[in-house]
Design a protein around this ligand. Structure first.
Ligand SMILES: Nc1nc2c(c(=O)[nH]1)N[C@H]1C(S)=C(S)[C@@H](COP(=O)(O)OP(=O)(O)OC[C@H]3O[C@@H](n4cnc5c(N)ncnc54)[C@H](O)[C@@H]3O)O[C@H]1N2
Ligand code: MOO
Length: 467
């Protein structure tokens, strides 16, 4: 256990955000080895460069790779939009999905003339004789008022016909004769204006009015609006179903690393992240480094998106490429000019199924998730693209000579603070981050604006985005 971890355990109550950040901002000098491997164009030998043993020559530029992933479902199914076939779901299941049809009012709102206040429905100028029996919300029609008559009424109750206004309870006074008067507190004093505090039928909408367009994300107020407007179910684009296959014989599901075995970090990381990106995770399976098991897992999956982790490179047990060749998949993206994560790939395995091959290094897998899986899932689910935004970087970031870099950053005030521990095999930086900064080839100077990719829980909160 490191000094930092002991400290966090002992003083858990005092550990504020800044202190937590210090754990990924400063390099303790006690540990050997670099925390931020400097990316180098020379990480392959000149022979490798010439031989083409690596896949860099196929690599797609980062922005183009995202665009290809976003367009992929349209080309696969030939559907103009690329999103999944809409379904009708009960309101309680629609949160976070996208409306597949415009929300059209099924009723006038309000659907009857309604009192906006607790008080009296009055007819004509006062003073008024008050009826014995009042009018409560949720009750049927009451007898029409006659001129000079008033009746007690509750907020939301149906207005009796021939009511001219509602007098709020705090604006009325009973005299000794049991007659109701408007007090000096009304505007103008001692009178009621025609129509005052009555919500007329259809004030918000008429039956048939378009309330929201198709494509609107279903938020809590959209659910409320739909219920008010008479809906029990909504026509929505369903969540894309995603199967996750975790490759690697070296992975442990629990306990401490031992004998060359390490913990599977992606099994726990990917399913909730995919859900936050709008997917329904239908399976998470470990398939080891077994080519036949991978082949069977992919060919028997009926998910919309298959996500594999590991096995994308050119090692002896890197089975993703050979398996894709075996099933005749169409490679849409085979390597991306991005660090970490450059061996990531996107393939069309069936007309209506895509496979995202994430590299095994955990931060490289995150890079692949945001570069390829996010735009693919967004199109399938018809989710709107997030508004792009930039922030100035507080510190310089060393760039890769040719590739885009994705760097975990913490957002503090109006600046993005690059975090350390951003190597492909490390999660320590991203675990403390609010976003990933997109650093162009060549790097960025202090104060330079960088595009940011938000991490869904950093802004919305866990409960909001993991629905
Ligand atoms: N000759 C080359 N070797 C490598 C290249 C290359 O271009 N040529 N690229 C390197 C880069 S960059 C990356 S990233 C990795 C990608 O490797 P794979 O996708 O084939 O992944 P693996 O080899 O299976 O694993 C890499 C690394 O990650 C660990 N790993 C795998 N799965 C998990 C998991 N679920 N949880 C935690 N850690 C995991 C695995 O043990 C390895 O250490 O290839 C480089 N090599
Ligand atoms: O640089 Mo790799 O793409 O380690 O992630």
């Amino acid at each position: 256990m490191t000094a930092h971890v002991r400290r966090a355990d002992e003083d858990a109550d005092d550990l504020d955000v800044e202190e937590a950040l210090a754990l990924v901002k400063e390099l303790p000098d006690r540990t050997p080895g670099p925390r931020t491997p400097a990316p180098s164009p020379h990480d392959r030998s000149p022979e490798e460069e010439r031989s083409g043993a690596h896949r860099h020559h196929h690599a797609t530029a980062w922005t183009e790779a995202r665009a290809i992933a976003g367009r992929a479902p349209r080309h696969g199914t030939g559907s103009r939009t690329g999103y999944l076939t809409p379904v009708a779901v009960p309101l309680a299941s629609a949160l976070g999905l996208t409306l597949a049809a415009p929300l059209t009012a099924l009723t006038d709102l309000p659907s009857f003339d309604t009192s906006a206040m607790d008080g009296w429905a009055v007819s004509g100028p006062g003073p008024w004789d008050v009826r014995d029996k009042g009018v409560l919300a949720g009750h049927g029609e009451h007898a029409p008022l006659t001129d000079g008559e008033a009746v007690r009424i509750a907020t939301g109750a149906r207005i009796p016909s021939d009511t001219t206004a509602v007098l709020r309870s705090e604006h009325g006074r009973m005299d000794d004769m049991g007659r109701l008067h408007a007090t000096a507190a009304t505007r103008p004093p001692h009178t009621v204006t025609h129509g005052q505090d009555i919500r007329p039928r259809g004030q918000e909408c008429r039956s048939g009015d378009h309330l929201l367009p198709a494509g609107t994300p279903v938020s809590p107020p959209v659910l409320g609006m739909a219920a008010a407007a008479g809906y029990d179910t909504l026509s929505v684009v369903p969540r894309p179903r995603a199967d996750v296959f975790v490759l690697g014989d070296e992975l442990l599901g629990e306990g401490l690393p031992h004998d060359g075995l390490i913990r599977d970090a992606l099994g726990p990381l990917l399913p909730p992240w995919l859900r936050a990106l709008g997917a329904e995770v239908t399976a998470v399976r470990r398939v080891g480094d077994d080519e036949q098991a991978l082949y069977e897992a992919i060919t028997t999956s009926d998910a919309d998106v298959v996500v594999t982790t590991g096995g994308t490179a050119a090692g002896p047990v890197d089975h993703v490429h050979p398996t894709l060749r075996r099933i005749g998949a169409e490679l849409l993206v085979d390597g991306v000019q991005v660090r970490p994560g450059h061996p990531m790939l996107l393939a069309r395995t069936k007309e209506d199924q895509h496979l995202v091959g994430l590299p095994g290094n955990p931060l490289a897998a995150v890079s692949g998730l945001l570069t390829l899986a996010e735009p693919l899932l967004r199109t399938l689910a018809a989710r709107p693209a997030p508004e792009p935004y930039t922030l100035p970087l507080r510190d310089a970031v060393q760039g890769h000579p040719y590739d885009t870099r994705l760097i975990p950053v913490a957002v503090r005030g109006e600046r993005a603070l690059p975090l350390l521990y951003n190597g492909p095999a490390m999660l320590r930086g991203i675990a403390a981050a609010d976003a990933l900064a997109v650093v162009p080839p060549g790097g960025a100077r202090p104060g330079e604006e960088a595009a940011l990719l938000d991490l869904p829980w950093a802004s919305g909160g866990i409960g909001v985005c993991f629905t």
